[in-house]
Design a protein around this ligand. Sequence first.
Ligand code: ATP
Ligand code: MG
Length: 295
Amino acid sequence: PVFDPSKLVVVRRLGEGSGGAVELVRDPGTGRLLAKKVIARTANPAMHRQLLRELEFLDACSSPYIVDHYGSFLADHDSQVGILMEYCEGGSLDSLLRRMKETGMRCSEHVLGRIASSVLRGLDYLHERRIIHRDIKPSNILVTKSGQCKLCDFGVSGELIDSVAGTFTGTSYYMAPERIQGKPYSIRADVWSLGLTLHEIAHLRFPFPPEGESEYVAPIELLSYIVTALVPVMIDDESIGRVWSEGIKSFMGLCLIRSGTERPSPRELLSHPFILTSEAKKVNMAKWVAALLDA
Ligand code: ATP
Ligand code: MG
């Protein structure tokens, strides 16, 4: 479908990131709800036309594991770039994680398995098209009301990648050690970020700094923990009857291999027993999302 950006009606704000805001909008013609992201601050507005050309790649992406793209446009005398995309009613894993932390609602291994396999399928799809995501983290994994998990905000644009690289905005705590260290990296860097995301959802805590050490550390210190501290492992909590399977422990161990060259690729991990078992199982993801949104 083609939408006329000037006719879209704003329903409400969905969220805000470092680069701009995301709004829920309605197309009056079709009644369709969409998400509109406006990137307000890029390093070089003169490059906006090129950015728009790069974003055309998104039109060629079609996968149940990637958020659908409905077009990009320039607004406000070319000073802003707008991106229209599929609205995901469940929001991001970031907002769901916040609900989990607030309510103490834990997540089953089956749900973690479904999130893992969806992200790996999305990454594998992108990799086939020579794209590294570069920003896997809870806020860039969106969830539909039927509970499908989809990737957004991946590195299709060299212009956008360059405009945030080297700035603190471009630094994420989910970044793989090799990237923090400025070494060359590959699609395997995204696998580390997936590992940290799953670890946080499983334990309702970001694993750095390691538990028991001071909770509040300066951002730069946190990055040095990620590069030097022991990699996080899945922790059983027998007091609440929580014992992780050997399958998930082995899977997480592989995602969180510190060396970016020894860490497996998404394709390799798709045949891990934890993923195979999880994909063979019926998991009611819709019920999980609804329970969290209602909680
Ligand atoms: P950062 O700037 O660090 O990347 P972010 O990913 O949260 O942070 P945005 O990409 O601007 O920043 O997204 C802001 C929020 O908007 C997200 O956290 C998510 O909750 C919400 N959001 C983004 N896209 C959609 C969408 N298509 N459907 C529903 N909610 C969305
Ligand atoms: Mg985002």
